[in-house]
Design a protein around this ligand. Structure first.
Ligand SMILES: [Fe+2]
Length: 202
């Protein structure tokens, strides 16, 4: 029997968080969005359909206790992820670098991107109405594949070029920051609310 092994794995961590409650994060996110005129103006100017605090606020974990609680939960899960993928961090730890709100309206998208200068990135989903976008991850080797055939639609998940994950309210996803991902068209009739973040090394 042949010995077939798989190397160069891409790890995505998923955990359903019970606390803080998704409803409390949703309320805090909406309150912050309502008060953040600069963020709403930035979102509009940059064609973001909805609201993001990405460019306007960098103190959410101090601004609202719900986000402080989320940060404490994230710290633990990011440490678990780092251990799982075998990072040798030496004396330095992974630290939260940035955390921001995304309120994506119906019809909104977020095209493919990576998170440069960070180590672990992720998203916590606060409100996922029926029909809300999944998140789609792309094989980081895609640009090197040249003459490789496409994969069958029934190929094993770990052999596919694209993998979509469908979150629910309370879902946390973590991945390494170099992993390209996108949010396809939000086909829900209501807002899709998520909190994204980056952890850096030391
Ligand atoms: Fe992202």
């Amino acid at each position: 029997m042949a010995a077939i092994q798989t190397f160069f794995a891409t790890t995505i961590f998923r955990q359903e968080l019970v606390a803080p409650a998704a409803g409390a994060i949703t309320e805090a996110a909406r309150a912050i969005a309502a008060a953040d005129k600069a963020g709403r103006a930035w979102s509009k100017a940059h064609g973001y359909k909805g609201y993001t605090s990405y460019a306007s606020l960098n103190d959410l974990v101090d601004r609202a206790p719900e986000f402080g609680a989320l940060r404490r939960a994230l710290d633990g899960h990011v440490a678990t992820f780092a251990n799982h993928v075998g990072f040798d961090l030496g004396r330095r730890r992974l630290k939260l670098d940035s955390l921001w709100i995304n309120i994506l309206k119906p019809g909104g998208v977020h095209t493919g991107h990576i998170h440069p200068h960070s180590v672990v990135s992720g998203t916590y989903y606060a409100e996922i109405p029926m029909g809300a976008s999944a998140i789609r991850f792309e094989d980081p080797r895609l640009g090197l594949m040249m003459a490789a055939p496409p994969r069958r639609s029934d190929a094993p998940l770990d052999q596919r070029t694209f993998v979509s994950m469908t979150p629910e309210a309370g879902t946390l996803l973590l991945w390494e920051s170099w992993l390209r991902h996108e949010v396809p068209l939000n086909e829900a009739s209501r807002d899709r609310i998520s909190i994204s973040f980056n952890y850096r090394w030391g």
